[in-house]
Design a binder for this molecule. Sequence first.
Ligand code: EAX
Length: 335
Amino acid sequence: MQRLRIGHIASTMLALALALLPGTAPAQVVMRISISTPQDSHQGVAVDTLAREVARRSHGRFRIEAHYGGSLGDERQAIEAVQSGRQEMTWTSTGPLPLFVPEVGIFDVPFLLRDYRHARAVLDGPIGQEMLRKFEDKGLKALAWGENGFRHMTNNRRPIDSPEDLRGLRMRTMENPVHIQAFKGLGIVTVPMPFPEVYAALGAGRVDGQENPISVIRANHFERVQKYLTLTGHVYSPGVFLMNKAAYDRLGRADRKIFLTAARIAAQANRARVDADERDAVAYLRGQGMQVAAGVDRERFREALAPALADFERQFGKANLDRIRAVAGQAPGGH
Ligand code: EAX
């Protein structure tokens, strides 16, 4: 720790010394980061907190320029851009991630992560930290796990009180092979679609419904284009801060620590906003006219998914799933 502090002080003093010499101020390094929800959202809190913490800890040597609402492209395009170095960073859900790091798909298995305490314990513990390292040979540095939230079903056709009510519904899904297989197993007509297209597709009736965390539903005002919300909590959706691996490797040791520390602080702020949305946003959505089914029997949805869940045990290895299940962190009363 002492060596790190000395290193940090030295790099700061060098930057200050250079800044004092006329015409030699080190150029500020600007890095772009993108999300798919508006700035006023759990994802916006994640990237704005990251930007603030990096600027403060680097004394302005780095500036993170945030781009919101899918303005630089959808999550899959953002991951491709970061992987290629066209864009320095992104915050993304794990939606398209199994297309890049297949092992990450284990976290997308329905009803595997039990509640927020369990999910956070898994991601912040050895299992989640080991998974972050699997991004590195794909040209990506995963700085920290963030959080999108537990996903729920919305649609315009009918109230969803049981799995049978899902049969035949045309539901937008993420471009996520685990979700697509699971939802097909429920009799859903799956329509994989990048997130920036979802609101218009719902409004035009090109799909009947979609599934997303409360934070996403609220931030994107899906209450304006969806009538029914069922709190299925059928799967947990992690988020992750990604940086182009070569850009990360070019950083000095002290600056890498700045980015890692800032990402961990930003992840806590991101989670705190999810907690707030979970507490407040359902009442808001009800107040805006959504019909909310809160007390669904999740066990019935889990049972209806049994064939797909059995296949996921084969795909990801029952031992790996059991290792996640064995992590403590069960909160009283679920999520
Ligand atoms: O901002 O594509 C999706 O449904 C993801 O949840 C995305 O993060 C929404």
